[in-house]
Design a protein around this ligand. Structure first.
Ligand SMILES: [Zn+2]
Length: 293
C-alpha cells in the first residue's frame, strides 16, 4: 500500500495504490490500479498533507471526498458509555477523523470487561473507563480532541453537554439512560444513534430529530412495557456481537453527519449473531407517545 501527497503547482496530487487482490467487481480498476486524486489547492489550506494521507481512503470515496472528510474533522460527537459498544464506536470515529469526541462513563475497567470492551487493556484495570478510552484514542489519532467525562451526571448536566454536540450515540447498558438520552436528543433536535446487545442478539436504531415527525425510542419501547433490564453480567454477551453493533453505529454516525446513503432513521435493525439473521423493521410513531407526540 502506498499513499503519497505532494504539492504540484496549484494542485495536490495523491497517487494511491489500493490493494492487489483479484476482486470481481464492476469497479475493479478502482481496486487494482493507481488512482490519482486531484484537489484544488484552495481547499488544502484547511487540511495538512499528513491529514490528506491519513484520510486518503475516505477522500477517495465519491460519497465522502475532501469536503466530507473536512466536515467529519469539524464534527463533535457525544458517546455515552465506553463499554462493549462504546469501544468500537469511539475507535472507528477517532480513526475516521471525527474531530471532537466527548465520552461519558463513570465506571472503572474491570477484568471481566476485557473480553469485549476492546478500547481497554489489562494495564487499565481499575482506571475510569472514559479516561482509559481517551488514552487509547490518543494513541490511535493524536490530532482529534477527546473529552472524558467520568462523573455520574443528572439529566440536566447531560443536556448541557449535549447542547454542544452534533450527534449523540447511545452505547449505554440500561433503560434509564436510554430514555434520558432519547428525551435530551428530542428536546435538542439532535440525531440519536441507539444500540444494544445481549447474549447473541443486537439492535441498532436511529432517531433523527432534525426531521419532522421522527418516531423516538419511547415509541419503540414504551416505559410502560419496560421489561427486564437484561444485563451482560447476568446473561452474558457474545464478544464479536458488540463489535458488529458498535461498528454499525459508528458507520451510521458518519453517514448521518454527511447525509450519506440510506440510514436506519425510523427503523430498527435486529441482529442474531448466533444464526446470522438480520432484519430491519419500520418503527411506527406512537400518536400517544409522551415524549414526541
Ligand atoms: Zn415517541
Amino acid at each position: 500500500m502506498v499513499a503519497v501527497a505532494q504539492l504540484v503547482e496549484s494542485w495536490i496530487v495523491i497517487p494511491v495504490v489500493v490493494g492487489s487482490s483479484p476482486i470481481s467487481h464492476p469497479n475493479l480498476f478502482l481496486f487494482l490500479s493507481c488512482e490519482i486524486l486531484f484537489i484544488n489547492s484552495k481547499n488544502t489550506k484547511t487540511m495538512q498533507d499528513k491529514e490528506l494521507e491519513r484520510y486518503s481512503r475516505h477522500i477517495l470515496l465519491p460519497e465522502i471526498e475532501f469536503e466530507g472528510q473536512k466536515k467529519l474533522l469539524q464534527s463533535h460527537c457525544l458517546i455515552v458509555g465506553a463499554g462493549g459498544l462504546g469501544s468500537p464506536v469511539a475507535i472507528y470515529l477517532a480513526a475516521s477523523g471525527v474531530g471532537k469526541l466527548t465520552i461519558c462513563d463513570f465506571d472503572n475497567v474491570d477484568l471481566s470487561n476485557l473480553q469485549r470492551q476492546i478500547i481497554h487493556e489489562e494495564k487499565s484495570i481499575g482506571l475510569n473507563k472514559a479516561d482509559s478510552a481517551k488514552k487509547t484514542l490518543s494513541r490511535i489519532n493524536s490530532d482529534i480532541k477527546v473529552i472524558p467525562i467520568k462523573n455520574q451526571m443528572n439529566i440536566d448536566e447531560v443536556k448541557l453537554v449535549a447542547e454542544d454536540v452534533d450527534i449523540i450515540v447511545d452505547c449505554s447498558d440500561n433503560f434509564e439512560t436510554r430514555y434520558a438520552l432519547n428525551k435530551i436528543a428530542f428536546d435538542l433536535k439532535r440525531p440519536l444513534i441507539s444500540g444494544a446487545a445481549i447474549k447473541f442478539d443486537g439492535q441498532v436504531s436511529i432517531f433523527d430529530f432534525r426531521k419532522n415527525n421522527s418516531p423516538c425510542y419511547n415509541c419503540l419501547f414504551s416505559r410502560n412495557d419496560e421489561e427486564q433490564n437484561l444485563k451482560c453480567s447476568d446473561h452474558g454477551v457474545f464478544s464479536p456481537l458488540v463489535g458488529l453493533v458498535g461498528s454499525i453505529q459508528a458507520g451510521e454516525v458518519i453517514k448521518v453527519l454527511l447525509d450519506l446513503g440510506t440510514s436506519l432513521h425510523g427503523k430498527l435493525l435486529l441482529i442474531n449473531h448466533r444464526d446470522i439473521d438480520f432484519k430491519i423493521l419500520k418503527i411506527q410513531k406512537d400518536k400517544h407517545c409522551k415524549i414526541c407526540s
